[in-house]
Design a binder for this molecule. Structure first.
Ligand SMILES: O=C(O)C(=O)[C@H](O)CO
Ligand SMILES: [Mg+2]
Length: 251
């Protein structure tokens, strides 16, 4: 049975970041994710998570300019030194927060050089931090044009080629639907590599309940596969966060 984490970059944004933790606990979540926590003191975040008895489940490696701009740069040729420096910075945060998964973002790039760079950087990062689970997540090209990792099959090849226990797939159901259409087929092809799941409805990336994605069928497949990890709620509420949480109460 999966456990649910609130992505606090998307949910409870009615409140300042540190107050979102208690709101997530009251709503029934057991964990939290934050995309880029770097402008907040790790100590304060840890304290907020502790006092609400929430696990810190996921954060992302820093993009080159995390206040905006492209997401990550692990696949960007020529930026390897910067990647290592920034990865170490993300790792320090992740260790302080006792984060379960660190999502290493690929950034915008294409072609064989980008693939080779991505492989080298991921192999280096997974050897650098064997105690932490690293994830990679394909992003659809409508929301993120030019993003290197734009296909679940490519992610599967990369994970298989590096072949280390601490590198796996972040299966964002919204992304799978946008990229491949058939979420359940994509799940069956990649379930063995999945370490973390994220959910949102489509179209619009709102609450997971309504829309084109068959979440009841998806969760049957997830349970049948014996997945016991975390499911992150990564969507933009249609109105208020609270008003859209019926899906969680019936999960
Ligand atoms: O956009 C997504 O689906 C993600 O999970 C990323 O972490 C956003 O940066
Ligand atoms: Mg996602």
């Amino acid at each position: 049975m999966a456990r649910f984490a609130a992505n606090l970059t998307y949910l409870f944004t009615e409140l300042p970041m540190l107050q979102r933790f208690a709101a997530a606990r009251r709503a029934g979540f057991d964990g939290v994710e934050i995309l880029f926590p770097y402008d907040l003191a790790a100590k304060e975040l840890l304290q907020a998570a502790h006092s609400s008895e929430l696990s810190f489940v996921l954060m992302n490696t820093p993009p080159p300019n995390w206040a905006g701009g492209p997401r990550g740069f692990a696949a960007e040729p020529g930026n390897e030194e910067r990647f290592r420096h920034d990865f170490d910075r993300a790792l320090r945060y992740a260790q302080l927060l006792k984060v379960r998964h660190l999502h290493v973002m690929a950034g915008k790039a294409e072609g064989p050089d980008a693939r080779a760079t991505y492989l080298r950087n991921l192999a280096w990062a997974s050897a650098r931090a064997p105690e932490i689970s690293l994830t990679i997540e394909p992003m659809n090209r409508v929301d993120m044009p030019g993003y290197f990792l734009d296909c679940f099959d490519l992610a599967g090849q990369i994970i298989d080629e590096i072949d280390v226990p601490n590198l796996g797939l972040q299966f964002d159901v919204y992304q799978a639907h946008m990229i491949h259409g058939d979420v359940i087929d994509t799940w069956h092809r990649h379930a063995r590599n999945v370490r973390h799941i994220q959910i949102a409805g489509c179209p619009g990336r709102h609450e997971p309940r309504a829309g084109e994605i068959d979440y009841a069928g998806f969760f049957r497949a997830v349970d049948a596969a014996g997945f016991s990890g975390w499911v992150g709620a990564e969507y933009t509420p249609r109105t208020s966060t609270e008003a859209g949480l019926r899906w969680l109460r019936s999960a």
